[in-house]
Design a protein around this ligand. Structure first.
Ligand code: PLP
Length: 391
């Protein structure tokens, strides 16, 4: 059997956006109430309040009405002024892509850059802060999704806090699947989006801001105001006695409401354990087939994405296309610098179930065999099952 490219995938092992949870779909289908009606103002306030214990920011998390890139750009251009010296910690594609936003208001940008299969060394951050005591802002991506690697945001957060710089953390594709919150890493700006682990469609940004970061933004004459890019305009929008600067995404708020309830019903710990076991099953299966993981050290492989090195001489696009058309499975390619070097099996949200990795691993290994690269598919399948059974 063959699927048509226009048929919907059977399973979506992408790295976000991901398929929505059924409960989220139900929430999205709720009645659309006029946004300034007290019933919706109260819903919005309640959703913000429910987010707070997950984000653990000093002040109420701000919801911005565009997917997570809006939060990243908005926070960067609001926080950073012309006199700032920004240390950008680059271990992947996303972190590098922040640079134009960090630099937009004229700040000096210093970079620590490591190969994209490695992570940032906290000692290197400590040294950079000693060498340049005038650094005012440090920026890091927790899980650089195009690499499937996790940076040590808590250890680096302690170093940054000691130095006194503002700490900006993008946790878009780790938040919800592992410990990642503003408090534990001492972030002044903590960014995420509900379209990854929480299983919502792409449409919203979530930003947790510290008191002193708000003060810095308020004082920054270059921070956008009266603009779609303004986070300051939305600071108090969670309060039911305040008006929205412009129409919020009503349906998406209803979806987020359902997503948080679903997450809380399952419980943080169980959600984390489910993602961790799914990731482990995937890694064990991939390795047992004779393939190599992309991260230099498996210790920093992400719980939400397994990045696999593409073996020499194998056609990246053809393999992915075959997996899609023969088995209906969607996996992600690399992105920009990692394109053609790795595949990414995404396992976040609804598809993060260990048994699903059997399909992903076997389909990948089997397809590679058809392309002349020898994979021990039976060993891969056995390793997935053994990992699940051992838990
Ligand atoms: C997904 C993601 C974002 C949001 O960007 P997209 O356009 O949804 O890809 C930002 N940062 C990271 C690390 C992400 O994984």
């Amino acid at each position: 059997m063959r699927y048509e490219p226009t048929d919907q995938p059977v399973m979506t092992f992408t790295t976000g956006p991901v398929e929505s949870y059924h409960e989220v779909m139900h929430g999205l289908g709720s009645r659309i109430v006029y946004d300034f009606d007290m019933s919706f103002l109260k819903t919005y306030e309640r959703v913000s309040e429910k987010l707070r214990p997950l984000v653990k920011s000093e002040t109420m998390p701000v919801i911005l009405h565009g997917e997570a890139v809006l939060g990243l750009e908005s926070a960067a251009v609001s926080l950073i002024g012309s006199d700032d010296v920004v240390l950008n910690l680059v271990s992947g594609v996303y972190a590098k892509a922040y640079e134009p936003w960090l630099a937009r208001n004229g700040a000096e940008i210093i970079e620590i850059r490591v190969p994209y299969d490695d992570i940032i060394d906290p000692a290197a951050v400590a040294k950079a802060l000693r060498d340049r005591p005038d650094i005012t802002v440090v920026v890091i991506c927790h899980h650089d999704t195009p690499c499937g690697t996790i940076n040590p945001i808590e250890e680096i957060g302690r170093i940054v806090a000691e130095h006194g710089a503002f700490y900006v953390v993008d946790a878009a594709s780790s938040f919800g699947a592992m410990q990642a919150d503003a408090e534990s890493c001492k972030a002044d700006v903590f960014l995420t989006g509900p379209h990854k682990v929480l299983g919502c469609p792409p449409a919203l940004s979530i930003v947790g801001v510290s008191e002193r970061a708000w003060a810095k933004m308020e004082a920054n004459l270059l921070a956008p105001r009266g603009s779609i890019l303004s986070i300051l305009d939305w600071r108090d929008a969670w309060r039911s006695d305040r008006l929205f600067p412009f129409s919020p995404s009503v349906a998406e708020i209803n979806g987020l409401d359902a997503a948080i309830d679903r997450h809380n019903r399952e419980g943080n710990e169980r959600v984390h354990a489910r993602h961790a076991l799914t990731a482990k099953a995937c890694r064990e299966g991939v390795k047992a087939m004779g393939l190599k993981l992309w991260p230099l050290d498996e210790k920093f492989a992400a719980p939400t994405v397994t990045a696999v090195r593409i073996p020499e001489g194998v056609d990246d696009a053809r393999v992915r296309q075959e997996i899609r058309l023969r088995y209906g499975l969607l996996i992600s390619p690399g992105r920009s610098e990692t394109m053609g070097k790795l595949w990414r099996i995404g396992h976040m949200g609804i598809v993060a179930q260990p048994i699903n990795m059997l399909a992903a691993v076997v389909a990948l290994g089997h397809t590679l065999n058809a392309h002349g690269y020898r994979c021990d598919v039976a060993a891969g399948a056995a390793a997935v099952m053994a990992t699940i059974d051992a838990d």
